[in-house]
Design a protein around this ligand. Structure first.
Ligand code: ZN
Length: 315
């Protein structure tokens, strides 16, 4: 099955508060290597045995959703690009116009994304394994769609928009209609722009001419609206981080799926688990920043690893 490339609408913000990298936005692109390796069935079985005897917290990253057509930053097919910084979004009207224009062009593709085999397999493991919960760095809500419960959206959710002044929350899909009515000439070109957003790997192309794009303010207070996701350079909200650490407290093991752990936002859970002597199993195609902390490092496509585990567990 060919999975369409989506626009960058979901891709900009899967990174968050890395206090080190924050000083300068990195050029995102394929990681430094380790792609294409595959762990053996024996290695997968040994790791599964560790998990079977423990309560497990799962931490997931963009690698979970690439099979659903949502691009990642560090995978083998990642397209180099710079995510928008929070300071850019807040400090520049032109940046906000550009952001919302691209978001409007790519929205349909993002909304169409469906859970893949990875999401379904993980949901199916919850039961045979004692999964205390899933902390995801993704903003696509595909774990919930696949039936996973107890999911913490560490970096927020792209289907919500929040007012920065009064904290009112809006449905992003409803806002799409507003964007189109405010920008009739843009709306008239939507079919073309949507195609462009898909075929241009970073969603740029024609959508870059965005100086005239109009976006609404909060109806309640006139404040600035922002997608309810953590931008690069923005801290994850404290209650959400606390809830994630509390979940890790209740777990005896940490399973990392499809994250290069490039940003501190995810890596810190590995550090905490390592500090507490809890086994850490990392499954990722490509090197991760947490490899030195892992007690077990598994390689290969997530789809393969998760479906092999499902087959190894008693029905
Ligand atoms: Zn408001």
């Amino acid at each position: 099955m060919t999975v369409p490339k989506t626009a960058d609408v979901g891709g900009w913000f899967r990174t968050a508060d890395d206090e080190v990298a924050l000083k300068s936005a990195p050029d995102w692109g394929p990681g430094t290597g380790g792609f294409g390796l595959a762990s053996s069935d024996d290695e997968l079985a040994a790791a599964l045995e560790v998990l079977r005897r423990r309560r497990t917290m799962v931490l997931t990253g963009a690698g979970m959703s690439t099979g659903s057509g949502l691009p990642d930053y560090r995978g083998p097919d990642a397209v180099p690009r710079s995510p928008m910084l929070l300071s850019e979004f807040l400090g520049s009207d032109l940046s906000r116009r550009r952001y919302w224009a691209r978001s409007t062009a790519g929205w349909r593709w993002f909304k169409q994304a469906r859970p893949g085999l990875t999401h379904a397999s993980l949901a199916a493991l919850d039961g045979p394994l004692d999964v205390v919960g899933v902390v995801t760095q993704n903003v696509d809500r595909l774990h919930q769609s696949a039936g996973s419960s107890r999911v913490i959206d560490l970096h927020g959710r792209l289907d919500h928009v929040r007012c920065l002044s009064c904290s009112a929350t809006l449905c992003r899909h409803w806002l799409q209609t507003r964007f189109l009515s405010l920008n009739p000439s843009f709306a008239a070109r939507m079919a073309f722009l949507e195609e462009e957003a898909v075929s241009a790997p970073d969603g740029d192309a024609e959508v870059d001419r965005t100086e005239d794009f109009r976006y609404p303010a909060c109806r309640a207070c006139g404040g600035t609206l922002k997608p309810d996701v953590v931008f690069f350079g923005e801290n994850t909200r404290r209650p959400i981080v606390d809830a994630a650490f509390a979940m890790l407290e209740r777990a005896d093991a940490l399973l990392v799926l499809g994250s290069s752990l490039t940003v501190m936002s995810g890596l810190r859970f590995c550090r905490r688990a390592a500090r507490d002597g809890k086994p850490i199993i990392i499954v990722n195609d490509g090197a991760t920043r947490g490899d030195a902390l892992a007690t077990t490092r598994l390689h290969g496509r997530l789809e393969h690893v998760l479906s092999r585990w499902a087959a190894m567990l008693p029905a």
